[in-house]
Design a protein around this ligand. Sequence first.
Ligand code: BES
Ligand code: MN
Ligand code: ZN
Length: 501
Amino acid sequence: MKTTLSYSNPAELEAECLAVVVVDQGEKDKPAPVVLGGNQAVQNAASDLLTSGEVSGKMFETVMIHRPQGLKTRRLLLVGGGKAKDFSLSEVRKLAGTAVRFLKPKQIRSLAFLLPDMPSGGADAVKAAVEGAYVGNFDPDTYKSDRKDQLIQELTLLAPAGADRGALEKALAEARVVGESQNFTRELVNEPGNRMTPTTLAERARTMVAEVNSPHLSIEVLGPEKIRELKMGAFWSVAQGSDEPPQLIVMRYSPPGAPEKPVLGLVGKGITFDSGGISIKAADGMEKMKYDMAGGAAMLGAIRAIALLQPKIRVVGIVCATENMPSGKAQKPGDVQIAMSGKSIEIINTDAEGRLVLADGLAYARQLGATHLIDAATLTGAVVVALGGVNAGVFANNDEMYSRFEQAERRAGEKMWRMPLDDEYRELIRSGIADIKNTGGRYGGAISAAMFLKEFVEDTPWIHLDIAGTAWTEENKSWIALGPSGIAVRSIVEFVKEMAG
Ligand code: BES
Ligand code: MN
Ligand code: ZN
């Protein structure tokens, strides 16, 4: 999508379609819809509809006017933004996506979006609108032979004439990188297990690094022999059951002029298919377990964005990629495994495999010098029970790092909710035969999984994102397609930008 800024008078803009936000400034039952940021000409063109009572400005309402009077655009699209007093950047993001998704099936290929005036300034609005438009423009590839591409090809953002153009251009360039990186993650997650094996994932990571083409970003992929040589007994215990070789993807971003410390370690769960292993899952819904590499894909997207945005901070990215399969070589409940850190683990359920691969991934990130850690994983069904599809679960062993992450997540417009890690929960993973066991029972399942990971980060400040409920959008929404969401990419990028100062 070609994305540009324009400072022309909205009335003079010649476009296939001009999309504007309508909010409701009225009291309880008396809607008073107005166009946000529109000049008098735009307001007039919409006034018949706005006063007719047919349009209330409620969230995601869409009405198209053809040949609007007094405007040069061929069409005017009114997009409802809800109550004026609740209107924020997160609405801007979703409404830009809504406009894109509304127009796509209508053979319209170019769109102008009138930026609403935001109290935080124009740059934030540009960022939100561009990110939202990229998210909306993505439709997951399908293998239907009659599939048509319906992408919006051109997006023009109409900014107020008095805006700080330098700041807006910078915001646009950054948002483009972030939007494309989030969609790169979504492409990876969308692929079925037969087309996205650990080897394919590593290949895609290599291609991404080659395309970014930065002297400061490098990649190394360690195969089965190296994984064994490093004594990654937890990672290997999952990989041993599959005919597909596991891959440990290691990326390093070291920009010139960055201090030796901090080093941020990004660790992603890359299970390209999770059958459960010997503790095999029920057949119902098992096909969804192709998205069990969404945490790993999020880290690849985040590293891509970071390398392109060039913040002055060192980052190490690690993706532990393997299948979890039953076979004659697969591990069994009752087995005891020794992780790279030396800790012994009693395997109670082979379906609790994410924490096993992450145990060694987190330890390896520390070995490579990470002073701070973030992991992302579709880790537990329990987090879906707790938070549904709205919020990702966040866990942190360090309040300072958490509060910085919370700010980042807010700026990124990604919803997450903090979950506890009290010492009392450690009890849940006590084993009779080994240092710890790999499941903690039905109650507090997302927490016992996080407590397990905590054993391997020790005192390194760490954020754990359980994205099992949020990595896949279960239904089409006005601003995002059904399928992979790309959750966590934007928050991590925001966090890194802030950390680099
Ligand atoms: N990949 C699953 C978690 C998951 C569930 C992701 C639903 C996305 C949607 C994970 O590996 C798993 O199987 N977890 C088990 C752990 C249990 C055996 C302790 C679970 O949550 O049931
Ligand atoms: Mn599992
Ligand atoms: Zn899994």
